[in-house]
Ligand binder design. Structure first.
Ligand code: 4HQ
Length: 255
């Protein structure tokens, strides 16, 4: 997978490429990544990339010419790549979109600054507009990093030997189960007995129950549009009438 980021702050990406899973994926040639300065494509002497908005008002707009040249150059270098604009007006990024993007041969991620990019760029040169959430950033760079991060960890081999990607939160529409490590007793609080038992089947069942409980308590919206598998129904049934009490207690606690 190839990632080309177009930005006026390419240096923001240096530490991003140099740490953790992303770094290892680059070293193993599972991904190829570069951040290109849009300024390199500005023709004027001062390499200006912004201009005042038609119609007046405060703030500046990314000029279309340098951006268009940068996008065309990146697209030519990566045949078959999709172009992505990071914008609050885009489709809300989620795990399903991360999976879809992970199937692309390459992504050209366009990061705006100021008030955003000239509308004609969005229209003519962008395949997908994506938002990482309903809040306002000062630029698209952090949003691009989030997308690259979520997509990279889905590339086979990126997480190392055992492919943990499919076990994580959201891969099956539930939150992750609780995790524990040593010591067995921390500040008077014990690790659940079953996790020390070595009974793999019971451990799996406990983890499923933990996932379901967390999802029900913290993100009930995730359960609304999702079918329940037989094992999951079993767990829910085993909670029986207790579940009403648990929910009542939890809601009171969080009021
Ligand atoms: N931006 N998800 C870049 C965002 C944003 C978001 C605001 C994008 C500023 C210039 N990007 N413009 N939310 O807030 O992707």
């Amino acid at each position: 997978m190839f990632f080309t980021v177009l930005t006026i702050f390419p240096e923001m990406f240096d530490p991003f490429w140099e740490h953790g899973i992303i770094r290892r994926a680059i070293e193993q040639k599972l991904i190829w990544a570069s951040a290109i300065n849009i300024r390199n494509f500005a023709e004027d002497r001062h390499q200006v990339t912004d201009d005042r908005p038609y119609g007046g008002g405060s703030g500046m707009v990314m000029k279309p010419e340098p951006l268009a040249a940068a996008i065309r150059d990146a697209s030519q270098t990566l045949p078959g790549a999709k172009t992505v604009l990071l914008t609050p007006q885009g489709r809300m990024f989620n795990q399903q979109m991360a999976r879809e993007l992970a199937a692309c041969v390459g992504l050209v991620l366009v990061c705006g600054r100021y008030e955003g990019v000239d509308e004609r760029i969005c229209h003519d040169l962008i395949d997908y507009e994506i938002s990482i959430g309903d809040y306002v950033l000062t630029g698209g760079e952090l949003a691009a990093m989030i997308i690259i991060d979520a997509v990279t960890r889905l590339i086979p081999g990126a997480l190392g030997g055992e492919d943990a990607a499919e076990k994580d939160s959201f891969s099956d529409g539930l939150l992750e189960h609780a995790h524990y490590t040593r010591p067995r007793v921390f500040e008077g609080r014990e690790v659940p007995e079953v996790l020390l038992s070595g009974h793999h089947q019971e451990i799996e069942r406990w983890r499923l129950a933990s996932s379901l409980m967390r999802t029900l308590l913290k993100r009930p919206d995730l359960l609304k549009n999702r079918e329940l598998r037989d094992e999951e129904l079993e767990v829910l049934k085993s909670w029986g009438s207790q579940i009403g009490e648990i929910l009542k207690f939890h809601r009171r606690k969080h009021e």
